[in-house]
Design a protein around this ligand. Structure first.
Ligand code: COI
Length: 354
């Protein structure tokens, strides 16, 4: 693959690494690539980061035919840069593409394009503890057309953002509101794809949760509103009676790469780790009987996000005395240890970025 490179004449000042926030700052360059039916994916190019000029009829703006990924490049203590299971992100992008009737990108080509961009932007990978360079590969429908059908043309792009913690609370436990009023997705819908619509569907409930003093929403299934699915934009885990439980992948839950890593680590440590349906009633009962010791979310952005309180209708469930539980702590330390190259990578999850 021949990637054309055009460098910027006016590099930006790098932001203060101690106050990065999440998704606020963007690097000097981005990758763009186009798809047409005749040529397939073509013309990969790295260009100065900048706005798109889009026809107002561009399909993604109307019907949301768009998918994305999120992964990170980590700076190790020796100054090297590494990635965590990057192939899996591009494999998932291909699966999301299939669900949204979009043309998949060859995983090796996408990885090569991302690495070329990272080589150019390597100085943007921050060095402060807890920071990283968030990588956002995105694919959008670009036909200027208002009929409802799959587009015939697409744009793929990758942008990069130096980031700190996703939640302002960092690794401190958060309070979560269980909603029955809203659902994120339904079985047979797009829940297992990383597509824009799922995040749009989460906004109103998230806003209401915030107004009530909660950080995020816990999503129940879209059919019976009985079974737990996800938390905010993350997968969810419970520790009940020393067993780690997460909802099984049922078509409406995103197959998180951190989720998979959590299950693999727990099993390696001899912690029983189960993927099954878990109802909110079971969670409440386990809390009442003192068997629910931990609840936490998992995702690329926040890694592990412990939950200290769940509110469900009139029930307020305090979890683990408001402190980070031992399983969440061990997972956070181990995962970040591997990601930043400080801990042993027994599973071979990391690879050099450049
Ligand atoms: C993640 O946990 O990585 C997410 O999915 C959040 C992202 C959409 C910002």
């Amino acid at each position: 693959m021949q990637i054309q490179i055009k460098k910027t004449d006016s590099p930006k000042l790098k932001p203060d690494e101690t106050h990065l926030g999440f998704g606020i700052h963007f690097t000097d360059h981005m990758l763009n690539m186009d798809y047409t039916v005749d040529r397939g994916w073509h013309h990969p190019r790295i260009e100065p980061y900048g706005p798109f000029v889009l026809n107002p009829a561009t399909m993604v703006l109307h019907y949301g035919q768009g998918i994305f990924e999120g992964l990170k490049a980590y700076r190790t203590d020796s100054g090297d840069i590494q990635l965590f299971r990057p192939r899996e992100n591009f494999e998932r992008l291909a699966k999301s593409a299939q669900l949204l009737c979009m043309p998949p990108i060859d995983v090796d080509q996408a990885l090569e394009a991302m690495r070329t961009l990272l080589r150019i932007e390597q100085d943007w990978v921050p060095r402060e503890p807890g920071t990283s360079l968030y990588i956002r590969p995105t694919m959008i429908a670009t036909d200027p057309f208002l009929g409802v059908r799959a587009s015939h043309t697409y744009r793929f792009f990758i942008i990069l953002s130096p980031v700190g913690a996703y939640y302002p609370q960092g690794f401190n436990p958060v309070k979560i509101l269980v909603t029955r009023e809203h659902v994120r997705t339904v079985r047979g819908g797009l829940g297992c794809a990383k597509t824009m619509a799922n995040y749009a569907a989460s906004l109103l409930a998230g806003q209401k949760a915030e107004q009530e003093g909660y950080t995020q929403v816990l999503w129940l299934d879209g059919i019976e509103q009985k079974y737990v699915e996800e938390v905010g934009s993350m997968n969810i885990f419970f520790v009940i009676d020393d067993e780690l439980i997460t909802p099984m992948l049922n078509g409406s839950i995103l197959s998180g790469i951190t989720r998979k890593s959590v299950l693999q680590l727990a099993r390696r440590w001899g912690i029983p780790a189960t993927e099954r349906r878990i109802s909110i009633d079971e969670v409440i009962d386990a809390n009442r009987s003192g068997k629910l010791t931990e609840v936490f979310g998992s995702g690329t952005a926040a890694v592990i996000s412990p939950v200290s309180e769940l509110k469900y209708e009139d029930n307020i469930l305090s979890v683990g005395d408001g402190k980070v539980g031992p399983v969440a702590q061990r997972l956070f330390d181990t995962l970040t240890g591997i990601q930043y190259g400080r801990g042993k990578d027994e599973f071979g999850w990391t690879e050099p970025a450049l």
